[in-house]
Write a protein that binds this ligand. Structure first.
Ligand code: ADP
Ligand code: MG
Length: 242
């Protein structure tokens, strides 16, 4: 496949995020441009406080950049210069359709079973209960949890909970998966299992992945390494033509 010729799964151009605090302004992300190809697996590394989480949030619409443009699969996802065009509802809908997010601390709903947690985003797209349940179970099977369909989060190990979170993030077959230190709450072996799984699923479904990690050993799973320092990309941003 000629990856360079195809439309990138994710692109951002000149993305900045400035926090106003009592002590003054903090430029958490400073004019970052980045391009991730279809099915590409990218590791994002950098010291604590370098802006990795803020960048991922801005790419996903969980936070909004103060400047810059984000494109998903060639379509405009957010443009800070036209912010009034991108209301909460619009962003929530686009996010649901084309992006998945995995957090360090799982964020599962404690009162719902594994299957029900994965059903949530599927149901939110208007899919009926029966079909959503079937799809949720297929997804749980993909993350090796077919023996845990009806377990609640507190009955699952950390690694299992994170695999449910991965299944949930992939529930609507997003083009892009953003993962913020998905192994940060796990021991090394369970963390490795989650990363290996993300890599496999990325290959199988051609999902572009941007994964923040502190662990050097995770680099071997990535097609590319991007590094950040003080809000700026210091290496690996890739092509940025829109
Ligand atoms: N909500 C916020 N308000 C003020 N400053 C913030 C906020 N979120 C992050 N920051 C600051 O932005 C910078 C980048 O933070 P973050 O994106 O969390 O970095 P990383 O994920 O690389 O550790 C840090 O200086 C942090 O203190
Ligand atoms: Mg962080």
């Amino acid at each position: 496949m000629h990856k360079k010729a195809s439309i990138p799964a994710l692109q951002c151009l000149g993305v900045s995020r400035v926090f106003r605090t009592p002590d003054g302004e903090v430029t958490a992300v400073n004019r970052v441009s980045l391009s991730v190809q279809v099915g590409e697996f990218v590791c994002l590394m950098g010291p604590s406080g370098s802006g990795k989480t803020t960048l991922l949030y801005c790419l996903s619409g969980l936070d909004l950049p103060d400047a810059g443009v984000v494109m998903v699969a060639g379509k405009l996802f957010y443009d800070a210069a036209q912010r009034s065009r991108f209301g909460e509802d619009h962003l929530a809908e686009s996010r649901m359709a084309c992006l998945g997010f995995v957090f360090q601390t799982y964020h599962l709903l404690g009162s719902l079973t594994a299957t029900e947690n994965v059903m949530v985003p599927i149901r939110l797209t208007g899919t009926g209960r029966k079909e959503a349940r079937e799809r949720a179970r297929e997804l749980l099977e993909e993350v090796d949890l077919s023996h845990r369909y009806d377990h609640f989060p507190h009955q699952l190990s950390g690694g299992e909970q994170q695999r449910v979170a991965v299944a949930r993030a992939l529930a609507n077959r997003p083009r892009v998966l953003l993962a913020d230190e998905p192994t940060g709450s796990l021991d090394f072996q369970n963390g490795l299992r989650v990363v290996r799984l993300l890599r496999e699923l990325s290959n199988r479904h051609q999902t572009a992945v941007v994964m923040v990690t502190h662990i050097e050993g995770h680099r071997e799973f990535a097609d590319r390494l991007i590094t950040m320092q003080a809000g700026e990309l210091t290496a690996g941003g890739g092509e940025t033509r829109c």
